[in-house]
Design a protein around this ligand. Sequence first.
Ligand SMILES: [Ca+2]
Length: 102
Amino acid sequence: MSPNYPDEYDILLDCEYRIVVAPGTSVDLTFVDFSMEGGSSCQNDYLELYDVVSGVPVLLGVYCGTDAPPDTTSTENELRLVFHSDSSVGDNGFLANYVTNS
Ligand SMILES: [Ca+2]
């Protein structure tokens, strides 16, 4: 979840979340709430979603506003999220759940 969730996140944040499960398993990530400042190219606040393959983060998408990332399954055993907020206008942020696939 984003900092302070379900209250408004702070300005000027850069947070990285690494969701790492046991080697040989994968992770399913589902967003249950998603609300942040929007923008035509997500230039204000945004969440980047990466699939980490052979140790290299592969960008799957950049999300903002109420456009939540789709349900995502990792290729290997790690997904990574990078959350950024700019200097003004916050929102409630996001809440996501994950489960491990054996
Ligand atoms: Ca903002």
